[in-house]
Design a protein around this ligand. Structure first.
Ligand SMILES: Nc1ncnc2c1ncn2[C@@H]1O[C@H](COP(=O)(O)OP(=O)(O)OP(=O)(O)O)[C@@H](O)[C@H]1O
Length: 233
């Protein structure tokens, strides 16, 4: 079943009399529970697309349907509800609050999600039960990204949106974090959308979407994606 549908989506940025079509007539659907990778050169429109799906921005025209609901015309309050209930975010630089402990960073989601999963359980699942009371600065990059995965999943969203989730990590740590991210997303039945420049990550995806100049260049389903261990990193 399709959980996401983009229909003729455009996003135009204007500056003076100059118009930039960051997204230019985007059409695609995503099925629930899939691992989707979005690839494309710098400036192609990947982050703009992810921001639309994340309810951080709205299209200039077109419709975006998520979980049966058109999110393209929501007002700011409705978008905040959408972000709280439907999407979780994992960013390249973790975006943890430096003055809060691991436990406190993850517990914050209980304030915004009605459906949150026990933070301690999620922290244990990412292997950081012994670091509950550490501050982010006391953790390695890989550990900080594991906290941000615990935080994103503790919100119990339908869709996990990840912007270069391994971009700040060395390749060995990146693979471990990616494996964790995928196995947890599968265990919890989440749809996961990853924006990356890393072609290797794409080998593991159920669906690979290539974006160029604000348009979909290709949409490829991979019936037998590789596992992280099969990919040469
Ligand atoms: N808020 C904005 N205002 C004006 N232009 C913007 C804005 N956000 C993005 N753009 C422009 O839209 C185009 C697409 O940007 P986007 O960030 O989506 O690309 P990207 O594929 O994510 O690139 P990268 O891989 O470098 O992050 C670019 O030309 C960018 O300069």
């Amino acid at each position: 079943m399709a959980i996401v549908e983009f229909k003729d989506v455009t996003r135009i940025y204007t500056s003076g009399d100059h118009e930039l079509r960051a997204l230019d007539g985007i059409n695609f659907t995503l099925d629930e529970g899939k691992f989707v990778v979005i690839l494309g050169p710098s400036g192609a429109g990947k982050s703009t697309l992810l921001n639309m799906l994340g309810g951080l921005d709205s299209p200039t025209s077109g419709t975006i349907t998520v979980n049966g609901k058109d999110i393209s015309t929501l007002n700011n309050n409705e978008l905040a509800d959408y972000r709280a209930s439907t999407v979780g975010f994992v960013f390249q630089f973790y975006n943890l609050i430096p003055t809060l402990t691991v436990y406190e960073n993850v517990t914050l989601v209980k304030d915004i999600s009605k459906d949150a999963i026990d933070p301690k359980k999620m922290i244990a699942e990412v292997g950081l039960a012994d670091h509950l009371h550490n501050f982010p600065s006391e953790l390695s990059g890989g550990e900080q990204q594991r906290v941000s995965i615990a935080r994103a999943l503790a919100k119990n969203p339908k869709i996990l949106l990840c912007d270069e989730p391994t971009g700040a990590l060395d390749s060995e740590t990146g693979v471990l974090v990616l494996k964790l991210l995928l196995s947890m997303a599968k265990n919890y039945g989440k749809t996961i959308v990853v924006v990356t420049h890393n072609q290797n990550i794409a080998k593991m995806a159920d669906v690979v979407i290539r974006v160029k100049n604000g348009k979909i260049k290709s949409y490829e389903e991979q019936p037998t994606p590789m596992s992280a261990d099969e990919v040469e990193w």
